[in-house]
Design a protein around this ligand. Structure first.
Ligand SMILES: *Cc1c(COP(=O)(O)O)cnc(C)c1O
Length: 404
């Protein structure tokens, strides 16, 4: 019975779904904690969490409760023409817990970054700089797949078929301050950087790099944008990813704008653009808008997520499990593992072989793994994963590495 449903789903997918993804031959039917189950009842330990989204894993009582509460009002959507309480409460919470004075909501990570670029250009214009519209981005960056965010994502394969993209993006080498200085000029209105690069291979920034970018932005009156779509909201064991770069501080390299998305509503789609007052002052009524963004359902759930991930005990637990994961990976002593990088529960394992076969073998052995580039395996599990589950997953990785 379930086997038939699985086959039917996969057949329908082949017949009717645009083929831009390659998916493994099973259907995920339900989840519990950090485990998902396919149509045959087979269990998989999830080291992916829907790409760093499902912070509390699956079937979480708190998330379910927040969804039920929001549903009880009967109002899933009213558009941004009207006030809703959870939308405003979430903005307040995000400002109180960060450098920011104002928030604007979006739907995804890419459109949060698009908004940030618009705000940065608006800010420069407002200050009378007609010509200040360029964006400085970095090698290996990933900022999304829309025309502006894609222009700031230097991947030939992603960009080339869709040219021309948004003009005016220049690049420097990540973690190389000299390169950033050389690429900088008066026309740059914003520098965008991931404090921990995710898709590009899990590369944390150095404190010197972020500190230097902060100074560079000040020097040119450009805005510093942190893309924390993947590394923000507790993933690194600190509420904000940039704090993890200097062991919990980072007060001397805070950004002017910060974008969030992936985990913000625990699996529901939402993004946010956090900004300083001076950026907010440059934006006026009618300058930017979205039909769905910041709706009452997603923001109600996001209030729950932000509240829970910012608890000091929760963050300490993420740090401890992150250290444990790195220890386990080191103990594998595999000749194929060249480097282990990361902060908290975003960890990249640099291999000397292609990792796709490892991901495939993971399916056989009951683990979901994801890559971050051809030779880097990335761990971004639910932040609530247990040490025992981490140990099982790494143990399976060890077995796979021996089989290969
Ligand atoms: C995933 C990601 C994005 C894009 O987010 P979408 O919701 O897929 O548009 C942008 N920046 C970073 C750092 C990401 O990891």
């Amino acid at each position: 019975m379930t086997q038939t449903i699985t086959q039917e789903a996969i057949q329908n997918e082949q017949d009717y779904i645009l083929g831009v993804y390659s998916r493994p031959p099973f259907v995920i039917e339900r989840g519990e904690g950090s485990i998902v189950y396919d149509g045959n009842g087979k269990a998989y330990i999830d080291c992916v969490a829907g790409i760093a989204v499902n912070v509390f894993g699956y079937n979480d009582a708190g998330i379910n409760g927040a969804i039920a509460e929001a549903a009880q009002t009967g109002v899933l959507h009213v558009s941004n023409l009207y006030h809703t309480a959870s939308h405003a409460r979430l903005a307040k919470q995000l400002c109180e817990k960060s450098f920011a004075d104002k928030v604007h909501f979006s739907l995804t990570g890419a459109d949060a970054n698009e908004g940030a670029f618009k705000f940065a250009r608006r800010y420069a214009r407002e200050k009378g700089h007609e010509d200040k519209y360029e964006i400085l981005s970095f090698t290996r960056a990933f900022h999304g797949r829309l025309f502006g965010s894609l222009a700031a994502t230097p991947r030939e394969k992603y960009q080339q078929p869709f040219q021309p993209l948004m003009p005016g993006v220049r690049f420097a080498e990540y973690n190389n301050l000299e390169s950033a200085r050389a690429a900088m000029n008066e026309k740059v209105c914003a520098i965008i950087v991931e404090p921990v690069q995710g898709e590009g291979g899990v590369y944390p920034a150095t404190p010197e790099f972020l500190r230097g970018l902060r100074q560079l932005a000040n020097q040119y009156d450009a805005l510093l944008i942190y893309d924390e779509v993947q590394c923000g909201l507790g993933r690194t064991g600190y509420l904000w990813g940039y704090q993890s770069i200097d062991s919990g501080d980072g007060s001397d390299f805070e950004p002017d704008i910060m974008t969030l998305a992936k985990p913000l509503a625990g699996g529901l789609p939402i993004g946010a653009i956090l900004m300083r007052q001076k950026v907010a002052d440059a934006m006026h009524k009618g300058d930017h808008a979205s039909t769905f963004a910041g709706g009452p359902l997603t923001t109600h759930v996001a209030n729950y997520v932000v509240d829970r991930v910012s608890q000091p005990e929760f963050l300490a637990d993420v740090r401890e499990k992150g250290d444990y994961l790195i220890e386990l990976l080191e103990e594998l002593n595999s000749p194929h593992i060249k480097e282990i990088r990361g902060k908290g529960l975003i960890v990249g394992v640099q291999m000397d072989i292609e990792v796709n076969p490892i991901v495939e073998k993971g399916y056989e052995h009951g683990v979901l793994f994801v890559s971050a580039g051809p030779d880097i395996l990335r761990f971004v599990p639910p932040l609530t994963i247990s040490k025992d589950e981490l140990a099982q997953a790494v143990n399976i990785l060890g077995t796979i590495l021996q089989e290969i």
